[in-house]
Design a protein around this ligand. Sequence first.
Ligand code: HEC
Ligand code: HEC
Ligand code: HEC
Ligand code: HEC
Ligand code: HEC
Length: 461
Amino acid sequence: MGPPRSTFDKLISPIVHLSSNWVSRIGVILVTSAVVFWIFLFPTSVRGAGAHPYLGILEFLIVPSVFFAGLGVIPIGMWLRVRSEKKSGAAPSGKGRAELRHLLIFVGITTVVNLILGSLFTYQAVGYMDGVAFCGETCHKVMHPEFAAYQNSPHSRVECVACHIGPGASWFVKSKLSGVGQLFAVTFNTYPRPIPTPVRNLRPARETCEACHWPQKFGEDRLRVISNYGDDEKNPLTRTVLLMRVGGIHAAHLGPGVTIHYSPSDESRQTIPRVEYQNSVTGRQAVFVAADAKPDALNKLPTRQMDCMDCHNRPTHTLELPERAVNKALALGAISPSLPFVKKRSVELLKKSYASQEEAARKIPAALQQLYRDSPPADVARAAQALVAIYSRNVFPEMKVTWGTYPNNVGHTDFPGCFRCHDDNHVAADGKKIVQECNTCHQLLTMDDPAPKILTELGLQ
Ligand code: HEC
Ligand code: HEC
Ligand code: HEC
Ligand code: HEC
Ligand code: HEC
């Protein structure tokens, strides 16, 4: 008989003994790794809540999974050991303290290794996932259309998370939870193509957009010159000049005291049978209902408060239509207007269906060369390059995104836009309508004009 057995010998020693096997050790490695990585990740989520959603997935999903997997593996190893010892009839060895020492040394070494790996890893991961490249490219091949359009927008220097998450902890967590769902959708290839718009549960725009766009400054009138090249041989240029009443437009929907609620009858919010207007400053209230709407159907519709996104729904994922994109390329000189019928033919080539962007990048230049054998080869090559660029930032066959898939709500010529409500068909009880009068939103200074006098007067030509 040896010395009296201490608590250590009675309780801890058998556990230590049973867990000194390779399966349990792997569990120990997983548990210590998870703890160390979590310690490294923790400050990043405290510092920049909202800054990197996918680091959050690592922190809240992957690291805890590893931790609990490790916890699960340790008893499995112990159980296997019990079984094998029962079989072989081997008695517990009684080297309790030596085994504990081995275990502690083992944990110590794993921790040191983890500290080194962890510090290297988090340093790089933070920098990497912080970046727009991660959101738009790596994880989100799925978001290729959004990323491509984004790069070609006034917000190309604004991080994705500035609009999609914004500051503060609660939206950080909400977006992370939906991020987890999205991660699975991408992993198991179950995501919808195209990604549906609008984004449901997007944070209210006024909390995100107004972080940068000063809400009190609603903007001044702004001159818009829209160039259009015709379909004739000479690609004749005409211009439309609008004076946009930006300040008035903003004040009418979001000015002091104004709240507008509306009820869309379709997922993409393109049909709006009911609009409710309230102004707490003037006391005016009105409910405008589309003349053809059925009253009992109206009551079942969801209601949404109008904010920036209801007009600026594509502030950065501004996909173009082929005519407009070609007009822009012609105006910039990327396509030479001296090529006969180049406007018409370019649009036709862009609208054809191609199996992939790669196919378009082969077939469009080949077709142009065929059409313009007698034109300066440099012009043709440049036009080809411009068209391939237009195609590849707007059409994504693998995501089923093509011309016009995503409507843009600013305007009324390409999509319903402002005329979803301002269609002269939404009437209030007192007979008043939501106005459609042409000079309410802009002054139409000239339209499709080959030589706009107004531009000469302003010294713009
Ligand atoms: C200037 C603000 C802003 C920035 C920056 C931004 N987005 Fe968006 N994003 C939006 C808005 C607004 C919508 C449409 C919301 C709606 O209609 O409900 C949207 C929609 C989306 C959608 C849904 C599909 C669609 O096209 O409507 C995806 C996916 C998306 N964005 C990804 C990204 C990625 C990736 C980045 C960074 C490369 C990014 N966004 C940067 C504002 C932004
Ligand atoms: C992180 C800052 C930031 C956030 C957040 C942001 N923007 Fe912007 N926005 C900018 C910058 C910078 C410009 C470019 C100004 C320029 O080029 O003169 C811009 C330009 C714009 C323009 C003018 C584009 C044009 O054609 O001139 C619109 C419209 C706009 N933003 C709407 C929005 C909306 C809507 C949101 C919210 C979904 C938003 N912005 C969120 C920084 C931001
Ligand atoms: C009722 C629709 C509507 C709403 C709501 C709306 N805007 Fe606008 N906004 C417009 C229109 C139209 C223009 C002018 C576009 C143009 O000139 O082509 C514009 C222009 C702008 C510009 C460019 C201004 C300039 O002077 O160049 C910015 C920035 C902008 N809006 C930000 C916002 C922000 C931020 C919100 C939310 C607080 C918002 N808008 C809400 C319709 C709207
Ligand atoms: C969801 C419905 C809705 C949409 C979409 C909408 N508006 Fe409005 N708009 C209203 C309502 C409601 C009023 C207030 C009507 C009233 O007071 O009688 C209004 C008023 C206005 C006014 C002031 C009219 C006046 O009599 O002074 C302007 C300007 C305006 N809107 C411009 C726009 C522009 C530009 C767009 C598109 C970018 C747009 N609106 C999109 C609902 C909408
Ligand atoms: C509710 C506000 C509103 C009303 C009413 C309105 N427009 Fe517009 N219109 C806009 C906005 C916003 C744009 C887009 C400006 C831009 O491209 O940013 C636009 C653009 C245009 C354009 C330029 C189209 C192009 O090629 O880009 C023309 C032309 C035009 N409007 C004509 C009209 C005519 C004609 C009427 C009267 C039937 C009218 N608008 C009524 C808001 C309005």
